[in-house]
Design a protein around this ligand. Structure first.
Ligand code: CP3
Length: 367
């Protein structure tokens, strides 16, 4: 399945005449995505989509049939193929590694599953200091299938960057403490405030696991990483700075050799502090216009986002107008990676996403 580069692998398979044929790493280094992350001039605004690999694609559903999510994540051939599917279909400027934020927790032995239509469910939620024993440090030997799949992908992708990712300590803690998805993260915040010492130990432990998981991906060849703190928007800024940011900062410092994207939902009030955690690129959801987000984040950072993922269901002219607005706002920022404001919704028509990619490229200068 992964032995030879596919002739349909889109930009990854296209020979370049800029010298990158001789050295594919040069083409990679100069890719629009990595240039935007570094806030350098770009040939066009790069675009990829959070959750671009997944249920919106019929070819994904076909491949996943009969294989549980976590089993798929531990099968390098499947991971490789699923990661490449959206690159071929959409012509996006970057691939994101197919995995899940709970994979490293499962790998160190936490009893959890990903339940279709629900999300991660933890058999025994985290409650007391004794539960720290269930969170040993992660070593590369826990995730040999990640090293293998990243290596295969880097070979297949050529000059198209691969983004590695992990869940940030707060968001992982939320799943562990709540035992599953949560609307208001009540138990998580009760632990943060009710037993601050245990909270510190939990987040420190999770930061170590997350940093090690990202390190494995970067050492295997990932060109950039995204640290998902999806649910941190539930936390007020003062608590974020005191009880969350230092742990995320430690993770980001551990992979400073590649561009680092840091993203959460509903984080309008946290954008500056998330940038200060050490990210090179701050992901913005659809609630804050990108130029306003850049003002809040401050100088020295690029932005990523932020087309409302529900707008793909609106009439074509609305999608086009909103795409153009996001591109224009991004052009007023120091660097811009086009994305949705959160993940692709499963009901999304893939053709709409393909047209968004083409439109972003047309608007921003690609031939
Ligand atoms: O972006 C990509 O294409 C790469 C793959 C990816 C998955 N999960 C695959 C997946 C990524 C980057 C993630 C990250 C992730 N997982 C996050 C952070 C991103 C975000 O959306 O904020 C979070 C919070 C999770 C936890 C999780 N895992 C949820 C909420 C769900 C959805 C539950 C459901 O079924 O509605 C999952 C499962 C999951 N992870 C699926 C996929 C493709 C769906 C499971 C399936 O296809 O059977």
């Amino acid at each position: 399945m992964t032995a030879t580069p596919s002739p349909t692998a889109g930009p990854a398979a296209a020979p370049a005449d800029d010298g990158s044929r001789a050295d594919p790493r040069a083409g990679l280094r100069d890719s629009a995505f990595l240039r935007a992350c570094r806030r350098e001039p770009v040939p066009h605004t790069p675009v990829w989509f959070m959750r671009q690999a997944g249920r919106a694609l019929p070819e994904y559903r076909a491949l996943r049939e009969g294989t549980a999510m976590l089993e798929a994540c531990a099968t390098p051939d499947l991971v490789t193929e699923i990661t490449l599917q959206p690159v071929r279909r959409f012509g996006v400027d970057a691939a994101i590694f197919f995995s899940d934020i709970v994979v490293p927790l499962k790998a160190v032995g936490v009893d959890l599953d990903i339940v279709a239509g629900v999300g991660p469910v933890v058999a025994e939620p985290f409650r007391t200091a004794a539960d720290l024993d269930r969170l040993p440090a992660l070593t590369p030997d826990h995730v040999p299938y990640v090293t293998e799949a990243v290596g295969a992908l880097v070979r297949e992708l050529g000059s198209t960057p691969l983004i590695g990712f992990a869940g940030a300590p707060f968001t992982l803690a939320s799943y562990l403490v709540e035992g599953g998805p949560s609307k208001n993260h009540a138990r998580t915040k009760a632990l943060m405030h009710g037993d601050p010492a245990l909270w510190e130990r939990l987040l420190a432990r999770l930061a170590g696991i997350t940093e090690a998981f990202l390190r494995v991906q970067v050492d295997a060849g990932a060109s950039a990483v995204q640290l998902f703190d999806s649910w941190v928007g539930a936390v007020p800024a003062a608590d974020y700075r005191a009880r969350v940011q230092p742990h995320s900062a430690r993770v980001l410092a551990g992979v400073a050799d590649v561009p680092r994207i840091h993203f959460g939902v509903g984080t309008g009030e946290l954008l500056h502090d998330m940038g200060q955690a050490g990210a090179d690129v701050v992901g913005v959801d659809w609630r804050v216009p990108l130029d306003e987000a850049q003002r809040r984040i401050g100088p020295g950072r690029a932005v990523q986002g932020n087309l409302d993922p529900t707008l793909v269901f609106a009439p074509t002219e609305v999608v086009r107008a909103e795409t153009a607005r996001v591109v224009a706002e991004g052009q007023r920022c120091e660097g811009h990676v086009f994305n949705l404001g959160h993940g692709v919704l499963p009901e999304t028509d893939p053709d709409v996403l393909a047209r968004v990619v083409d439109h972003v490229h047309e608007l921003s200068g690609a031939a």
